[in-house]
Write a protein of this length. Structure first.
Lengths: 265, 318
């Protein structure tokens, strides 16, 4: 099982452990947190110096966000070609996947957590026991596990998908879909917003157009509701649950990589 | 611009069309589906019975009644994903719905789009907001799958809407203007929406505490707690109608499946009035003031920027 470290700042390279052979770097959920070309190149070079594989995390984007991302892709495609070192890109936006597929064949796309269609609400463990077995399947699997859907994404260069291990459990057969899988631990994604409470004083909607406070960098809040099986943990615009220990049998599901998150991303 | 309204039962058809709806959309989960998968495994993105037609006969009659009044009828099949067995069942059901005359299916899942395109090429597919078309490249890609009409996500600014539509002139786009603002991005949200109280996890009251950070984190917690103090079902984007029209939006979409008929009718009338005012070229400030007045008539309170569909305009009210 390959181990990778999830970081959002180059300062966190110091957290690389002896078993880690790769870093995931960038932002999955906010285009205002996406590193620029210089930041991405710096992280790539640092990873290369440490003998680590490099995976860039990218969020969903607007057309303006796409312009910024393409500058990052230009830079990374250049150094990847020049050095012969592969670069993976986690995509959380169909448009980003399309652009990568058409313009940047040297960069390998991975299908991100916003794209794989998993259900992750912390209410689910208390709900699905009452469901018929055939209905429960939808809450344990992932949409991308469907071979036809997987075929569509493979046609766009995707051969690895990024999964959470949600509270209710996980059951996929990625080999059947011709894919490899990654699982993130311990924080499972739940939901994200463009009304970021950490962006502008009291004016969440202003994060549609930018971010002034960058309160996501230093602050995490916990949201507790008795109806949920676990508290929600929120950094910036995104909520997670602590999924606890990873489930057994990951290899049998086609999962051969674990991404460690030392902190809520 | 056309007005696209939710509908939940046959008895609503006349009232909604008479109020001004040009197009109707609703959901149905067949008894066989419920038995096999339960309503928690719904074929559409609603997990409660009041948001579904009660019987297939009711649905068929509503489609016919809509057509008799020259309105279109779209069926939502916009669950985020399905199991292999559900795909097989869906294709059989879609054939039946096509036989009823359903004009289009509102979908969100790539696997379903691919299957319908291959097995039922006569079925028109519209893209649900759950497909998160935030940029031109996404619209272009999904347009390539044969999707000719798309619902824009709730979280685009008017400038972003304008740019996206300009880049995709061969696709028709719908934009939300009334009822039902989601605090989170619907296409990326994995909360379950099945509480008997119809209060969703995004609007529930939470005990919020700081895990990391100082006074700034306390402010962030306070900001996040706002969602339990506003009524997201009273969302409104009337002020944006002139800009949406200028951008080339095809239909104005209202939310509210499962809501009372009276509320649906009020919302349609409000949109109809606003479209008329917009066509009469009322000046910007005057138009927005008139829309705020319409809002008070509909909801009985002043509009609120937190539930404004296009908050950059809501901010103009000072």
């Amino acid at each position: 099982m390959e181990s990778a470290l999830y970081i959002t700042s180059v300062k966190d390279f110091k957290k690389v452990g002896p078993d880690d052979s790769r870093v995931y770097f960038g932002a999955e959920f906010c285009q205002w947190r996406t590193p620029g070309a210089a930041g991405a190149l710096g992280a790539f070079r640092r990873a290369a110096d440490m003998g680590l594989g490099f995976t860039l995390l990218t969020p969903w984007v607007t057309d303006a966000g796409m312009v910024k991302l393409r500058r990052v892709f230009d830079a990374l495609a250049g150094v990847s070609e020049g050095s012969g070192l592969p670069v993976e890109v986690v995509v959380n936006d169909l448009g980003v996947l399309s652009v990568l597929n058409e313009k940047y064949p040297v960069l390998s796309p991975l299908l991100g957590r916003l794209m794989v269609r998993q259900k992750r609400c912390p209410r689910i463990p208390g709900l699905i026991d009452s469901m018929p077995e055939s209905g429960r399947e939808i809450y344990l699997g992932a949409g991308v596990n469907d071979p036809l859907t997987a075929g569509f994404f493979k046609g766009m260069g995707v051969h690895r998908v990024e999964l959470d291990a949600p509270l209710q459990g996980l059951s996929v057969d990625l080999a059947k879909a011709g894919l490899k899988g990654t699982v993130y631990t311990p924080y499972a994604y739940v939901t994200t917003t463009r009304h970021c409470p950490a962006s502008f004083d009291g004016h969440m909607w202003q994060s549609f157009t930018g971010c002034r406070l960058k309160g996501c960098l230093h602050n995490v809040i916990r949201l507790v509701n008795p109806a949920h099986d676990a508290p929600l943990l929120m950094r910036g615009n995104t909520q997670f649950v602590d999924g606890g220990p990873l489930p057994e049998g990951l290899e049998a599901m086609g999962i051969d990589r674990v991404v460690r998150m030392p902190d809520i991303p | 611009m056309r007005i696209l309204s939710p509908i939940d039962n046959l008895s609503e058809v006349g009232a909604l069309v008479e109020a001004g709806a040009d197009e109707l959309y609703g959901g149905f989960v067949s008894p066989g589906w419920v038995k096999k998968y339960s309503l928690l495994g719904s074929a559409n993105q609603r997990y409660f019975s009041s948001a579904q037609f009660a019987t297939e006969d009711d649905l068929a009659s509503a489609v016919k009644a809509a057509h008799d009044l020259s309105a279109s009828f779209f069926l939502t099949l916009n669950a985020p994903c399905y199991t292999p067995a559900q795909y097989d069942d869906l294709l059989i059901e879609i054939r039946r719905y096509m036989g009823m005359g359903v004009d289009a299916f509102i979908v969100a899942d790539v696997g379903l789009m691919l299957r319908v395109r291959d097995a039922l090429p006569g079925a028109a597919l519209h893209l649900s907001a759950l497909s998160s078309v935030f940029n031109s490249a996404t619209a272009e890609l999904l347009g390539g799958l044969g999707i000719t009409r798309m619902v824009l996500p709730r979280e685009l600014t008017l400038n972003e809407v304008t740019r996206l539509l300009k880049s995709n002139p061969n696709v028709l786009f719908d934009a939300f203007v009334m009822v039902g603002k989601c605090p989170n991005i619907e296409g990326f949200c994995t909360f379950t929406h099945n509480s008997p109280s119809l209060v969703w996890p995004c609007e529930e009251r939470y005990d919020i505490s700081v895990v990391k950070g100082g006074p700034e984190a306390v402010e962030i917690a306070g900001c996040q707690s706002l969602w339990s103090t506003v009524n997201r079902r009273q969302a409104c984007g009337l002020c944006a109608i002139p800009a949406l029209e200028k951008a080339g939006v095809y239909a104005l979409k209202l939310v509210g499946r499962g809501g009372p008929t009276k509320m649906k009718v009020r919302a349609i009338r409000a949109v109809k009035d606003a479209v008329k005012m917009a066509s009469e070229r009322v000046d910007g400030d005057g138009y927005r003031a008139a829309c705020r007045s319409v809002y008070r008539d509909v909801y009985g309170s002043d509009c609120n920027i937190h539930i404004c569909c296009y908050p950059e305009l809501g901010a103009l009210r000072g």
